[in-house]
Design a protein around this ligand. Sequence first.
Ligand code: S3P
Length: 441
Amino acid sequence: MDIINTPQERELLSGGVLSGKVRVPGDKSISHRALLFGAIADGITTVEGMLPAEDPISTAKCLRAMGPKISPIDHDGNPVQIQGVGLDGLEEPERILDCGNSGTTMRLLMGMLVGQQNRHFVLTGDQSLRHRPMERVSRPLKIMGGKVTGRSEGNFAPLAIQGSSLHGAVIGTPVASAQVKSALLLASLTAQGPTTVIEPSHSRDHSERMLRAFGADLQVGGEMGRHIIVRPGARLKGQKVVVPGDISSAAFWLVAGALLTGSDLTIENVGLNPTRTGILEVMEKMGAKIEVLTQEEIAGEPVGTLRVRSGPLKPFSIGGEIIPRLVDEVPILTVAACFCDGESKITGASELRVKETDRLTVMSRQLKRMGANIEEHSDGLIIYGGKTLKGASLDSETDHRVAMSLGIAALMAEGNSTLLQSEAAAVSYPNFWKDLERLRH
Ligand code: S3P
């Protein structure tokens, strides 16, 4: 059976040291893609290391409603099997497809379903997802001939998709978003003629890597490798996918291990795809003691073991092309900044405002409850670090990465804290609180 979580207020203890080994759960982005691509491939796809969390479970549920058979996603680490139905084999679902809290599920499904001719699909999600912008996907899909409607002219779910015949196009995306890019790549698999997608800067490239491994005719070229060209015609073939651990989940341990005096953590099986390692580059500049103990390539993705030890950290300034490469790590970097003496600056991060919550506002609001000095700007934050933070009553405001970031901030505060809606962590890291308890001594 898939897993269901209940609301929890949690006590967060301050202090202690973190030591030992942790193996972070599977990469969320790669888990979604393995399910989606497996569903439209011919034959069986086997996925090892699938993330057993709410978001990929939402993807699996939506896909099952359209025909592909997918074995249960459980916590025992059993490989997940997907019986693909081919590029044009999805059935019209009788019911609304519920994407839960998952933007990746909704946006990638939009791209996948828009070219399923003569079938109709309705997508919705939870309260947070129904307020996240979808026009960034529906608009370029319309350029390819896609038919998507929704509230606010196709911007908000519930969305209705009438599958139709698509034509290839050259499309420049206005934001460096892997979700937008991936939706277009999926749509282009069944379009008439080639499609070129051009991003303003590099976002994560898991789709490109995995689609090619599944047999798609996809090339990356152009200036700085920012043009992705898909030629339709090739069928996808079921694969064995090995999902590395999620660097976005490892980031909580990297920051906690670097901050909490006396800590020494080994983090195993961390995905080290260069489009995701912005956090390591920033932490290196901050003077964090992080070593890459091993590194290898597994199933087309670089993977390694990291060791982090505590030590003094310097404030940082980030903006520009690095933001897409650490977009999900901004909340935990905001926490890190609170504990570095001096001013840290985050710019060019307005995308944070349209994540599961407005993460710039929510992180400032919650950390201010602990006494942090943070200035909010339209596209970022200035954090005046080095002040002692005090334990406080906190709230994840339903956001998984906020929940875990606050869990780490609370370790560093003077006095214990409480966290409302701590169960949100299960969206991407179901055992986060258990791992924290186990690693804290
Ligand atoms: C994701 C892309 C990013 C990221 C999200 C997962 C993906 O979103 O924040 O957690 O799997 O493609 P954007 O594409 O909106 O930047």
